[in-house]
Design a protein around this ligand. Structure first.
Ligand code: GDP
Length: 296
């Protein structure tokens, strides 16, 4: 995760740390390299600009350059700015309602949405001791509902029985009723994926959200798609009130552009990171830990 960005930044900061005294020109030269490293990591240009401007302004402050360890001070400023860029605080799920709390999962096909639904259901069951019901509303892709049922068996999480021919809004209604009657704490709705941001499916998603009134609408996006992931998140957030983002395939993402741009561009917090194919490979997203990983 973030290996190439981490290596680039590491090179810049090793040079700074090794020096006893720093002048403004040294800081500006280092920031030019940071700028290139962030752009190569596929971070959105306006986000890079803001970051470099803010860090430079703080770092050339006389207190910093006159301190005993100016290099380390500059690295600390960069660390704090990275944490802020990543969303500052870890964002929890908001499930404190009269049960069942509803979590709706949305996203493009192949983003890892169904896998993430099962991972999150497993986490809620095992870590938070919630009684979880999962329901697939995906009537477009053949065998999507069966895929979720199989994942349910693997994770020991209940899934809504499949009724052939039922439409998404009706499945959502049936799922809600089942969750209420059977005393589930959380109902997870896995909606149909889409190949690209397409209006018919967006309308379907809105209709489901109207019926289900979810506490959480989580967008699942593939971090390997970099800026595309951020653009997808922007488009979705214009159509439905997303409460957060789950970034998948972070295990294979050496660059980190999606993670670093997401919050600033979309205003939505990253709540979880998918870090592998296994069903326990899901982590809560902690900006400070992620910044720590990037800076080594
Ligand atoms: P969907 O079409 O969005 O529902 O996508 P799926 O849930 O079927 O996932 C597509 C593929 O991505 C599967 O092979 C998953 O195992 C894989 N996948 C999902 N999340 C991750 C992740 O965080 N890391 C890795 N390496 N693979 C993942």
């Amino acid at each position: 995760m973030f290996e190439s960005l981490s290596e680039r930044l590491g090179g810049v900061f090793d040079k700074l740390r090794g020096r006893g005294a720093l002048g403004e020109a040294d800081v500006r030269a280092a920031m030019r390299e940071v700028r290139i490293a962030l752009l190569e990591a596929d971070v959105a240009l306006p986000v890079v600009r803001d970051f470099v401007e803010k860090v430079t302004e703080q770092a050339v402050g006389q207190q910093v350059l006159k301190s005993v360890t100016p290099g380390q001070q500059v690295v600390k400023i960069v660390n704090d700015a990275l944490v802020e860029m990543l969303g500052a605080e870890a964002s929890e799920l908001e499930l404190a309602v009269t049960p069942p709390a509803i979590v709706m999962m949305v996203g493009l096909q192949g983003s890892g949405k169904t896998t993430t639904t099962a991972k999150l259901a497993k986490r809620l069951t095992e870590k938070d001791r919630k009684k979880v019901l999962m329901a697939s509303l995906d009537v477009n892709r053949p065998a999507a509902q069966e895929q979720l049922a199989t994942l349910g068996t693997q994770t020991s999480v209940a899934t809504l029985p499949i009724v052939a021919g039922q439409q998404p809004v009706d499945i959502a209604r049936r799922a809600l009723q089942a969750a209420k009657l059977q005393g589930f704490d959380v109902l997870m709705l896995d909606t149909a994926g889409r190949l690209h941001v397409d209006q018919a499916l967006m309308d379907e998603m809105k209709a489901v959200a109207d019926v289900a009134q979810p506490q959480e609408i989580l967008l699942v996006v593939d971090s390997l798609t970099g800026q595309d992931a951020v653009n997808v998140a922007k488009s979705f957030s214009e159509q439905v009130p997303l409460t957060g983002v789950v970034l998948t395939r972070m295990d294979g993402d050496a660059r980190g552009g999606a993670a670093l741009s997401m919050r600033a561009v979309t205003g939505k917090p990253i709540k979880f990171a998918g870090v592998g194919e296994k069903l326990d490979a899901l982590e809560a997203f902690h900006p400070s830990r992620v910044a720590g990983r990037i800076l080594g």
